[in-house]
Design a protein around this ligand. Structure first.
Ligand SMILES: Cc1ncc(COP(=O)(O)O)c(C=O)c1O
Length: 390
């Protein structure tokens, strides 16, 4: 209990920052499993495979060789050089090693980006539905998220829609592609529209490319590679999804000055960098052949197709998502309110999902099903849906 009159109270900037709703689903799943029930775990956002052995051995080798001391807080130079080479080759982003910052997962890059761009009272445009923590990162910077419905924007024109939803206080656009939870992959033409708007209105773009390697239709395109955009874009990446390294907390950001100095300060004064052996593991992960990344993508594509077919067969209308590893079907057939629909699926079919409303008002009427699980788990989930609607 906090007493606003006493010194024992929280800083006001946390007043509107929420704690993950997804945790509540996880707790309920744990409860059911403790009772010995089988649960179909479609609520998760973890790769289906384990961290590859050569990456684990690189960390073990670093430990054995006593790479256990402070590294530069912004990251080891050979790692930042390898990241700059990857950004040039894969993303079309020309950056020096000094324009790359190693971060504790994608989350720290995003936290640092919002902190160093937004002032209290600013607005940040966020395509919605969006990955839930984003609105908390914006409110944590004492700014306000302006939700821009992605479907409307794609139908009526991205630039026109951004104009409609922007305010005089708009300072930044959060641009996530491929998107969590919808799987939307913005095209190059759409990136050009966002860029034109950002340049016209002198805005900063915070680009989140966590799922860059998981695109099944179309191609991933990095907005910072467009003319005039590198200087106004902070792009964040993670090793979590591509390399199955969620627990290692490994990510990076790329930006020019004045942002890079600000981002570095935030990393320095929060974590003072990423664990040194983890950085050696990151160097190894970057050596993964593109053919291996493509092979995994095919594995995800097969999982997607299996799940999407099962959802449609059950009458939960779902177009195949172009990227990431989530399906986001319309579930109004189960219940119009997505929280209730999630509860019904969990209680009656033991299928754990995330209610769409958690991802913003535009997610209502939908549930997020993660398909980064085994084929068997997807088949079991589809069979449970079939039984539910039989
Ligand atoms: C859209 C999006 N961005 C960023 C992240 C950050 O991931 P991490 O902090 O594990 O690197 C996630 C993780 O789920 C995500 O879904």
């Amino acid at each position: 209990m906090t007493n606003r009159q006493s010194g024992i109270r929280l800083a006001k900037r946390l007043d509107e920052v929420g704690f993950s709703d997804i945790v509540q689903v996880r707790n309920k799943v744990a409860e059911l499993r403790a009772e010995g029930q089988q649960v179909h775990p479609m609520h998760m956002g973890e790769p289906y495979f384990e961290t590859p052995d050569q990456i684990k051995y690189a960390a073990i080798k670093a430990l054995a060789e006593n790479q256990t001391h402070y590294a530069p807080s912004s990251g080891l130079l050979p790692l930042r050089q390898a990241l700059a080479a990857k950004l040039a080759a894969r993303n079309g982003i020309e950056a020096s090693a000094d324009e790359v910052l190693v971060t504790v997962g994608g989350m720290q890059g995003l936290y640092a980006a919002f902190q160093c761009v937004l002032d209290p009272g600013d607005d940040a445009m966020v395509f919605s539905p969006f990955w839930t923590p984003i609105s908390d990162l914006v409110t944590g910077a004492q700014a306000r998220p302006l939700l821009v419905p992605t479907i409307t924007a794609r139908r009526n024109g991205i630039r026109k829609t951004l104009e409609q939803f922007s305010t005089p206080k708009t300072r930044a656009i959060y641009y996530n592609t491929p998107q969590n939870p919808s799987g939307v992959v913005f095209t190059r033409a759409e990136a050009e529209e966002v860029a034109a708007f950002a340049i016209q209105r002198d805005l900063v773009v915070i680009a989140d490319e966590a799922y860059e390697d998981l695109v099944y239709e179309g191609a991933h395109f990095s907005i910072a590679s467009l003319p005039g955009m590198a200087e106004r874009t902070i792009t964040t990446y993670t090793f979590s999804k591509t390399h199955a390294m969620t627990g290692w907390r490994a990510g990076y950001a790329v930006a020019q000055e004045p942002f890079m100095t600000a981002l570095r300060k935030i990393v320095l004064y929060s974590t003072n960098g990423v664990s040194t052996p983890v950085q050696y593991a990151m160097i190894e992960a970057l050596k993964t052949p593109q053919a291996e990344i493509a092979r995994r993508r095919e594995e995800y594509r097969q999982r997607r197709d299996l799940l999407v077919a099962g959802l449609n067969e059950a009458g939960l209308e779902c177009a195949p998502p172009a990227g990431a590893f989530y399906a986001f079907p319309n579930v109004e057939k189960v219940h119009k309110v997505s929280r209730t629909a999630a509860q019904i699926l969990l209680e009656k079919a033991h299928i754990a999902t995330i209610p769409g409303s958690v991802f913003g008002a535009q997610g209502e009427g939908h549930l997020r099903f993660g398909y980064a699980v085994s084929f068997r788990e997807i088949e079991d989930c589809v069979a449970a849906l079939r039984r539910l609607f039989a």
